[in-house]
Design a protein. Structure first.
Length: 592
């Protein structure tokens, strides 16, 4: 039975002609009277399907990142059925395709090493199968950019289903936020203020449900960015994972992707320069994770849009932080943000800072999506005139220590450290740094600048989240809770403090960070966007002449390929052979 497409949305008046059943990509596999199509149809029937299940229907791939090792996606095992229900309701044919889960909490040495693997798998799974559209199910930090990068390169209509944040944590009547409070209370345990029993209670109370981190960490940042880009249904990114609204959103996404196929509404039509600028603006207003910069640059380069560090820094000077959510905020978590109105309400308050004509997966413009959105708590979602921080969440610094840039989150660090000069205390690897900071005889003061190098994309390998270097135990016991820290690594979006990250080029490839020595003075001026080592040019040249290339980490497998093709932090850390040339069309799906 052939299903008739519904009438077009007004927002698609200038869109390509609506597809017919004969135009479907899946028809290349299934609709011909030949031996190969016979083989494809017979195998579908082997699985219990009948011709009415696929004839004239869009075939929808549901890319599911569920696994037993990913608590953020635990509900996807059943939520996929809600997506399937929606696809069937709209006259589509849903087929689940499992892809790499990229669990943030369990993968070593770092999930970032495998973001590009999931992006490649997403692209190839879509290209290789007879599918007309894709529902992308993700949420844990790297899954969102990876799925969007892969789907963008594949070029078929795609919609994103965010996993949603978990419920608030709780301990002794105190609200706990994932990551942020773990760091906070670990310092108290190191200082001797919390015992083993209390620590065990916190451990059992900080993660109360399935879903990703409920702070404004990388997961919530990236799912919100997916919505701001126009790749989710309105409000999808704010719904808590256990909320029944999440079930309804999943089914609605399944229904919508079928219509997107008929409309030929591909990522290339949605992910324009204006859409990426909207995403940057929203990220700044949310108090986003520093990881947003790397992922959004990588996503833009896949779409052929030249987003750079300068775009983020320019936005940071004009867009205030209005989401009062930890770690930039002091009190609230994502559940509070949802009840306060969620992302549509926040975007409504940004008003003229956004391009409201940008097209979204709903088939309507961003402005149409957020029309009528209301803020229900003015302390959770502030006004532009009453922000929690007057500039954006992130700042990009440059100087002789980071000629290609580095990143700091000034909204989450002690104000007195935004302009600081102090002696460097340099560590060449994570184990030696970890051991040193626990030594109470360490020669360190609050004025020191802790430095960890060889932790970038190649040096880590994979750029681990080591950038929130622990405050030395000696200082913790003195009551110190923040000090300046510099690294070519990343940090968790749930982290906080005066941490300067993503130093580029990284030390492992001979960046200036490799030349810094303990005792050298380091000067940081966030308002002036400067970071420098106060060392003469002659001395820097002499140190560079004596520098030796490090031994490679990998000699085989995925790591070998990663080490030969990974870009630096300011380039988004994508593989050089997967980026789209700026201005060139995004790759079309393969023709069977």
């Amino acid at each position: 039975m052939t299903r008739s497409p519904a009438s077009p949305s007004p927002a698609l008046s200038e869109a390509p002609p609506r597809k017919t059943a004969e135009d479907l990509r899946s028809a290349r596999w299934l609709a011909h009277d030949d031996l190969r199509s016979f083989g494809h149809r017979s195998r579908l029937r082997q699985m219990g399907y009948a011709p009415d299940d696929w004839t004239g229907r869009p075939l929808i791939a549901i890319l599911n990142t569920w696994s037993d090792f990913n608590p953020c996606h635990a509900h996807f095992k059943t939520r996929v059925e809600d997506v399937k229900r929606g696809v069937l309701q709209a006259g589509g044919f849903p087929l689940e395709l499992p892809v790499h889960s990229v669990s943030e909490t369990f993968l070593k040495p770092t999930s970032m090493l495998y973001r590009n693997m999931l992006a490649m798998e997403t692209e190839e799974v879509i290209r290789a199968h007879p599918v007309d559209g894709a529902v992308l199910m993700g949420g844990c930090d790297k899954s969102t950019p990876a799925l969007l990068m892969g789907a963008t390169s594949a070029g078929v209509p795609a919609i994103y289903v965010p996993a949603g944040p978990m419920l608030r944590g709780n301990w002794n009547g105190k609200t706990l936020g994932s990551g942020s409070d773990a760091w906070k209370f670990w310092d108290e345990r190191r200082a001797g203020n919390i015992g083993e029993a209390e620590w065990n209670e916190i451990e059992g109370g900080i993660a109360r449900s399935h879903g990703h981190c409920m702070t404004m960490g990388t997961a919530s940042t990236m799912t919100a960015i997916a919505e701001a880009l126009g790749m989710t249904l309105p409000g999808a990114s704010s719904i808590p994972a256990p909320d029944m609204g999440h079930v309804r959103m999943s089914a609605a996404s399944g229904r919508r992707i079928v219509e997107m196929v008929w409309e030929d509404l591909t990522p290339a039509r949605i992910q324009t320069r204006a859409a990426f600028e909207n995403a940057i603006t929203v990220a700044m207003a949310m108090g986003c994770s520093t990881n947003a910069i790397i992922h959004l640059i990588a996503q833009a380069r896949r779409a052929g849009v030249a987003i750079t560090l300068e775009d983020f820094d320019r936005a940071s000077r004009t867009v205030p932080v209005i989401a009062n959510v930890r770690p930039s905020g002091e009190r609230y978590l994502m559940e509070d943000f949802f009840f306060a109105g969620g992302l549509p309400a926040l975007m409504g308050r940004l008003g003229g800072l956004l391009d409201l004509d940008a097209l979204t997966v709903s088939g309507r413009t961003l402005g149409e999506n957020i029309a009528g959105a209301k803020v229900h708590d003015d302390d959770v979602i502030r006004t532009v005139e009453n922000p929690i921080y007057s500039e954006g969440a992130l700042a990009v610094l440059r100087g002789n220590l980071a000629p290609e840039g580095c990143v700091i989150k000034p909204s989450a660090c002690a104000p007195h450290l935004r302009v600081h000069t102090g002696p460097a205390l340099v560590f060449d690897d994570y184990p030696s740094m970890k051991a040193a900071v626990e030594d109470e005889a360490l020669d360190v003061t609050p004025d020191h600048v802790l430095v960890l190098r060889n932790a970038g994309p190649l040096g880590g390998p994979g750029m681990p989240e080591w950038g929130m270097l622990p405050i030395p135990k000696k200082l913790v016991k003195q009551g110190v809770r923040d000090m300046l820290r510099i690294s070519d690594s990343r940090m968790s979006g749930t982290s906080y403090g005066a941490c300067i990250l993503h130093v580029s080029p990284e030390s492992y490839v001979g960046g200036p960070l490799a030349l810094l020595r303990t005792g050298d003075l380091v000067s940081v001026d966030v308002p002036a966007r400067r970071i420098d080592m106060l060392v003469s040019e002659d001395e820097i040249a002499a140190r560079r002449a004596a520098l030796h290339a490090p031994e490679p980490h990998y000699e085989r497998g995925y790591g070998w390929m990663f080490s030969r093709h990974i870009g630096q932090a300011h380039e988004g850390c994508d593989f050089d052979f997967l980026e789209t040339s700026f201005g060139a069309p995004v790759g079309e799906p393969s023709i069977y």
